[in-house]
Write a protein that binds this ligand. Structure first.
Ligand code: ADP
Ligand code: MG
Length: 691
């Protein structure tokens, strides 16, 4: 074998043959470089090993001992517990793994084991290890690994046929030569300013840390690089998107926009005023607008969007608003009709359920330019639809549309301005990674004069008190949602529970009309029921989570949520946003069986969507959120949010500064950075194409 190179196939490394290379392939490790970047996903702190006899009940300990006995013990409830007794110079300690009888195959007498976990009292002291590592087999087979005591042990993602112990051994063995392959692309000045270690030092720290602190310092450096590359790409994408315009700038003619402001039945909130100013700034600039307006349900995004639409219209352009469902589109058109009537503008509606002749009439009005404001669904982006002069596209609940769908509508104008709306508040750190290529306006403040939402937590057995609440308030003409969770794994059981709930309520509340919607209904059936609810023909709507975001039934003031512990906090927040839309005081009741989890208590105490999004992020972690909310999102391997929010801000600043100076990263000294970004994010290849 010649000298080791970054792209050397892994099977040519000592200790790795074809068989192990196959196992490594399952972990996405193909080359020497990949092996170096196969990082531990956790550590066991064995730097402080407690002698077995000194492990006290309640302590969190790491111990090392030789296995002297093992066995499987059945419990009365049919659970099988695997037990192993460890011995060291100080004495004995029993370890127990409930429900893991299969460990019999990996833990055997004679082995030296490292275990970490909490000591409990169970017929004596007993450790139930969260972690264990076989340090030595005890028969000489593994002598080279030896006990690695007094260090922090990295634990690697492993696979069948390749244990994390083997991976650790191989990485340790090759670490020096692998690290030597690594070049640091970060300018020295920046590195010292941020007090981050060099990349070689960082990689050594994560693979071979002397302490957990050292490992963390290494991880932070790798996290910064990852965030920085992502920001380079997003900042670049943003610059390119904004530039793509022939140079149409709208002018403030104060014609329609001023009339709208004067005719509004309310004053705009500060946040709305700021958002309108930001949008106006974008639209009057020669670059194209590419902005996200983010605000909780009820913060008044529609009227802000309407300002933008009128600015386009008073410049003799057309404006289109696209919503993900017919119900939402109908609701928007009703809102716009009311606000636009004094201005003599009648918005058009284009949705699938109109008759063919209605649709073709609207299409004609659009292509001839007689229709100036149009609201619609996916129907808007169909091929048969064309505009005379489309100047602004507004997309409500933007995440419900794919990138191509948004592009299909945007493509109907010549580089129209784009305003995306989102009712899902997310913390800034997350926004910077998900939407870093957009400019952002945020509505945090709620308009005054709206009803408060009080959140009550009640014990599940007090269901009768909820029935009484429904009887009283719905008897007065208010309306209620009763929500039950449906999750895929138990969908049939869950649906049955929702059906049973509706039947029970029908029997208990004979004077009220009870409706039921769930995900298994056809879209039209669901819409029909929702329309009846909106029209007040249904008093209590039993629903699984299919209640549309953005549905505005001002008269609905009660929300009862069963099994709230099965929902994410952000999801609960979206649900609660269905009420409190009118002036009446609304109440949200969480029915909880058993002890109340602290997360639900926090939820009950605040209605700030951004605050809840932060809690949700801390609870679920970043990858999960991005995966769930945004296809085509980015997986962060090293960075952790919100913990690394500060690093992210710095990465953003630095990336902006760099792109400003060298937009395409074409300077020779930036070549390393460009290559690294492209290696990490395939999309960067397009954005930083050379030449
Ligand atoms: P969002 O789309 O952000 O959920 P909407 O735009 O539907 O919210 O607005 C919710 C309601 O609040 C609408 O009835 C709207 O007329 C009203 N509204 C908007 N802005 C204000 C304001 N500044 N003061 C009072 N009411 C407002
Ligand atoms: Mg809305």
């Amino acid at each position: 074998m010649g000298a080791l190179r970054a792209d050397t196939k892994i099977q040519f490394l000592k200790g790795i043959g074809t068989r192990r290379a196959e196992a490594f392939a399952r972990l996405g490790v193909f080359t020497a470089q990949d092996l170096l970047w196969h990082l531990p996903h956790r550590y066991i702190d064995a730097s402080q090993v407690t002698p077995l006899a000194k492990a006290r009940v309640g302590d969190e300990v790491a111990c090392v001992g030789q296995v002297v006995d093992t066995g499987i013990q059945p419990t009365r409830r049919g659970l099988k517990i695997f037990r192993a007794v460890l011995r060291d110079a100080s004495g004995l300690l029993e370890c127990a793994w409930p429900g893991q009888p299969f460990l019999e195959r990996s833990i055997r007498p004679g082995q030296t084991l490292l275990v970490a976990g909490t000591v409990r009292f169970y017929h004596g002291r007993q450790l139930s290890p969260r972690e264990f590592i076989v340090l030595a087999e005890g028969n000489g087979e593994d002598a080279e690994t030896g006990p690695v005591i007094g260090t922090v042990l990295p634990v690697y993602p492993a696979t069948e046929g390749l244990s994390h112990k083997q991976i650790r051994g191989l990485i340790q063995r090759h670490l020096d030569e692998l690290i030597a392959l690594q070049v640091d692309a970060m300018p020295e000045a920046l590195r010292s300013e941020l007090a981050l270690p060099g990349v070689q030092q960082a990689l050594r720290a994560v693979h071979q840390p002397g302490s957990l602190l050292e490992a963390e310092a290494g991880r932070r450096r790798l996290a910064f690089d990852e965030l920085f590359d992502l920001q380079l790409m997003l900042v670049r994408a943003r610059t390119l998107a904004k530039r793509q315009r022939a140079g149409v700038s709208f002018e403030i003619r104060r014609d329609l926009t001023t009339k709208l402001k004067e005719g509004l039945p309310f004053t705009l909130t500060h946040d709305q005023v700021r958002a309108v100013r930001e949008i106006t700034g974008d639209m009057t600039a020669p670059e194209r607008m590419h902005r996200l307006l983010m605000g909780d349900v009820g913060t008044g995004k529609t009227v802000v969007a309407l300002f933008a639409m009128l600015l386009a219209v008073e410049n003799d352009y057309q404006a289109a608003l696209m919503a993900p469902t017919e119900l939402l589109a109908e609701q928007h058109v009703a809102t716009l009709q009311a606000l636009l009537r004094p201005l003599g503008i009648a918005p058009d509606l284009l949705i699938g359920r109109l008759t063919a002749s209605e649709k073709s009439a609207t299409r004609r009005r659009l292509s001839e330019g007689r229709s100036r404001v149009v609201v619609g669904t996916h129907a808007l982006m169909q091929e048969s639809v064309s505009f005379r002069r489309l100047g602004l596209v507004v997309i409500d609940e933007q995440h419900r549309f794919g990138v191509e769908q948004r592009a299909a509508l945007i493509g109907k104008g010549t580089t129209p301005d784009v305003l995306l709306l989102s009712a899902t508040p997310i913390p800034r750190s997350l926004a910077l990674t998900m939407y870093g290529d957009l400019d952002m306006s945020v509505l945090r403040e709620r308009p005054p004069g709206r009803g408060d939402v009080r959140t009550d937590i009640r014990a599940g057995r007090r269901r009768q008190s909820v029935v009484a609440l429904l009887r009283e308030r719905c008897g007065r003409g208010e309306q209620a949602y009763v929500v039950l969770p449906v999750i895929e794994e138990s969908e049939r059981v869950d649906l049955r529970a929702a059906t049973t709930m509706a039947e029970t309520l029908r029997a208990e509340l004979t004077e009220l009309t009870i409706g039921l919607v769930h995900g298994r209904l056809k879209a039209e059936e669901r819409d029909t029921i929702m329309r009846r609810f909106r029209a007040g023909e249904i008093d209590v709507l039993v629903a699984t989570t299919v209640i549309e975001v953005g549905i505005d039934v001002a008269n609905a003031t009660i929300m009862v949520i069963h099994h709230p512990e099965r929902f994410g906090l952000a999801q609960l927040h979206q649900l609660r946003g269905r009420i409190g839309r009118g002036g009446d005081d609304s109440v949200c009741v969480l029915m909880v069986d058993g002890t109340v989890p602290p997360r639900l208590e926090s939820f009950a105490r605040t209605t700030d969507g951004f605050r809840i999004a932060e809690l949700d992020l801390a609870e679920r972690g970043m990858g999960d959120l991005i995966g769930a909310r945004q296809s085509g999102g980015f997986v962060l391997r090293h960075a952790k949010l919100p913990e690394d929010a500060e690093l992210l801000e710095r990465a953003r600043q630095e990336a902006r500064g760099l792109i400003e100076k060298d937009p395409g990263l074409t300077a020779a000294r930036h070549q390393g950075l460009r290559e690294r970004a492209v290696r990490r994010y395939p999309r960067a290849a397009e954005l930083f194409r050379v030449g």
